[in-house]
Write a protein that binds this ligand. Structure first.
Ligand code: DER
Length: 233
């Protein structure tokens, strides 16, 4: 099947930023997967020598299947550039990520990078974060008490007035690469993402949330006609 033209346009523009010898972080999700494909083609065509770390086992498998050599983040230590997708991008380039269940490793990899570039289709661009349910990675140990603490924190921020059904992702339920659960929080408009991020991060059983604040340096938004729009902070 033909890749989504908007995602392909964004992926191509991001891959054009890759320079020989770079240490790269490869994102997770359908847009990042198109980027990995485009990158593999460029590596082959130009004989680029890159070192690459993946943000999920799924991305590592896809990349290796395309002939790219994936190393661990620790073997690379620090990265020049991470290219990843997003579920929402706001005007400050704050993100919601985690739709693909990989936001913990994605955030660690993005934080270990000199530059983080997001690639997305126009549907991801929002005025305010929160229409997309916020993924939160939670330890299995003490899950019920963590869920209660999350509900209490949301209520304290006026986000939980309506009974926020904290949906555990997946039926059986879904387990992340690190062996944790993911809760998806349908919050609606998040007025103060900084306060919410701080409240969630202070809950012991919360391993990581999908708010990426101040981490994205450039968002490349692809269009159906193959053009792109670049959003800078
Ligand atoms: O899970 C993730 O963070 C993904 O990057 C997600 O945010 C974007 O996935 P998509 O490119 O398939 O929409």
């Amino acid at each position: 099947s033909q890749p989504d033209p908007a995602k392909l346009a964004a992926a191509r523009a991001a891959v054009a930023l890759v320079q020989d010898g770079m240490k790269l972080g490869l994102g997770t999700g359908s847009t990042a997967a198109i980027m990995v494909q485009v990158l593999a083609e460029r590596v082959k065509a130009e004989g680029l020598s890159l070192r690459m770390a993946a943000t999920s086992k799924a991305t590592a498998q896809q990349a290796e299947g395309l002939g790219l050599k994936i190393e661990s983040l620790d073997e690379l230590g620090w990265l020049d550039l991470t290219i990843d997708g997003a579920d929402e991008v706001d005007p400050d380039l704050h993100l919601i990520k985690g739709g693909g269940g990989a936001h913990l490793r994605e955030k660690v990899v993005a934080a270990a990078s000199d530059r983080m570039v997001v690639i997305a289709d126009p549907g991801k661009v929002v005025d305010q974060l929160g229409a997309f349910a916020l993924p939160v990675e939670v330890l299995q140990f003490g899950f019920e008490s963590s869920r209660k603490l999350i509900r209490r924190a949301l209520h304290g921020l006026g986000l939980g007035d309506h009974d926020v059904l904290q949906r555990l992702r997946g039926s059986d339920p879904w387990i992340t690469d690190e062996g944790n659960f993911i809760l998806d929080l349908p919050l609606g408009a998040i007025d103060d993402p900084v306060r919410l991020a701080r409240a969630l991060s202070s809950i012991p059983g919360v391993v990581e949330h999908g708010l990426f604040l101040g981490m994205c340096d450039l968002a490349i938004i692809g269009k159906g006609d193959g053009s792109v729009v670049e959003l800078n902070r």
